[in-house]
Ligand binder design. Sequence first.
Ligand code: XUL
Ligand code: CO
Length: 436
Amino acid sequence: MSTGFFGDIGRIQFEGPNSTNPFAYRFYDPDEKVLGKRLEDHLRFAVCYWHSFIWPGTDPFGGQTFERPWFADTMEAAKLKANVAFELFSLLGVPYYCFHDADVRPEGATLTESIIRLHDIADTLEAKMHDTGIKLLWGTANLFSNRRYMAGAATNPDPEIFAYAAATVKACMDVTQRLGGENYVLWGGREGYETLLNTDMAQELDQLGRFLNLIVDYKHRSGFKGTILIEPKPQEPTKHQYDFDAATVYGFLKRYGLDKEVKLNLEQGHAILAGHSFEHELATAAALGIFGSIDMNRNDYQSGWDTDQFPNNPTEVALAYYEILKAGGFTTGGTNFDAKLRRQSLDPEDLVLAHVGAIDVCARGLKAAAKMVEDKALSSLVGARYAGWRGEEAQAILAGKRTLEEIAAHVTAWAVEPQPRSGKQEYLENIISRYV
Ligand code: XUL
Ligand code: CO
C-alpha cells in the first residue's frame, strides 16, 4: 500500500529528447544499447538514503526547513521512511540504493541495541528489495555524527572508540552482506585532525592502517563478496583528512599492504575540494588500478564547501564517464547520487525532479562519452602522440634495459635535435563540444 507521499506521480518513463514533461526521461532509456551494453548496466544508478530522507534542510545559519512525516527517532518512523524511500526508488526505476546504519534505524542506548535495530529494519529492507527487485549498491557505517567520534573513529586517541567503531563496521558489513550489497564503503569524515598541536600523526596513520586491515581480513573470513571502497575527501568535517585524494589513498594502501584489496569511491565534489577535477581523480584511480565507484554530485565552484548538489553539467559529466569507460566501466561499482535538494525545495515532487534531471544528465553524458570512445575521437590522437614509445629503443628504456650512461651516449650521437610537437588542446576541446 502506497504511503501517498509522492501524490499521483507515476513511474518515470523515457519519452525522448523532445519531451517537455518534467516527470519524464529525455535521455535515459534503460534498455538502450550503448557500446553493446544496456544503459542501465553501464550507469548502475543508486539513490542515497541520507540526503533524501534524513537531512532536514539545515545550513550553518538555519535549522530544519523540511517537514517529513518520518522525522522521529522511533522504529515506526524508520519503517515509514523505508516505505517512502522504496517508493522513490521505484518511481525513478533505479536499480540500486545506498545507506548508512544511522540513516535506516534510530540509535539504541547501547551498541547491542543499535545492532538489533539495524537487523530489525533490515527485515523491512529485505522484503522491499524482494518485492521491487531494487538492490543494494553499498552499505556503510556513520562513524562521524555521534559525539563519541568527534576526535575520529579509527584514528581516535582513545582505543575504546577505535574498538567501538570496529564493532560498528562489523555489524554494518554483516547487514550489507545479508542484503546482497555489492560494495562496502568507508568514508573517514573524522579520520584526520583539527590541530597538529594535539595530534600524533604517525600513530593515527598506523591506527587507520590497522582498522582497514581488520576489515579486509574480516571480509575474507565472512565470505563477503563485495568490494571494499574508500571514499577520499581532503577536509570537512575535519581540517585535514588522511584520505585526501586518490593519489594519497593509493600511497596509504600501498604502505599498509592493501592496494590489491581496496578500491575507491570517488565523488565529484570531493575532487573539487581537493583542488582537482573529477576526471583527474578518475584517471588517477584508473591509472593506479583502484577505480571502483562514484558519488555523482557536484559542488558549487564559488562556495569552497561540500554543497552536494545534483549534477547538471553535461560536459563535466561526459568527461567523467569518458574516464570511466576508458577504465573499462563499472564492475561492482555504480553511479550513486550523494546529492541533496536545496533547502528551499520543500515539495515531495522536488525530490523526484532532482533525481530525474540528474539521471538524465548522466545518461546524456555517458552516451556522449561512449560515442567519443566509439569514434576514437580523442584516443587516436593520444595514441599517435605516444607512438614514439612503441619504438625498439624507447621500449628498451622503459623496460629498464638501458642505463643513464647508455641513454646519454645514444643521444650525443644524434645528428639532429628532437623537435617539440603541438599538444592540440584547443582542437581536442572543440571535439568534446561536438559530442556533448
Ligand atoms: C560526505 C560523503 C558521505 C559518503 C558516505 O561528504 O560523501 O556521504 O558518501 O559516508
Ligand atoms: Co559521498
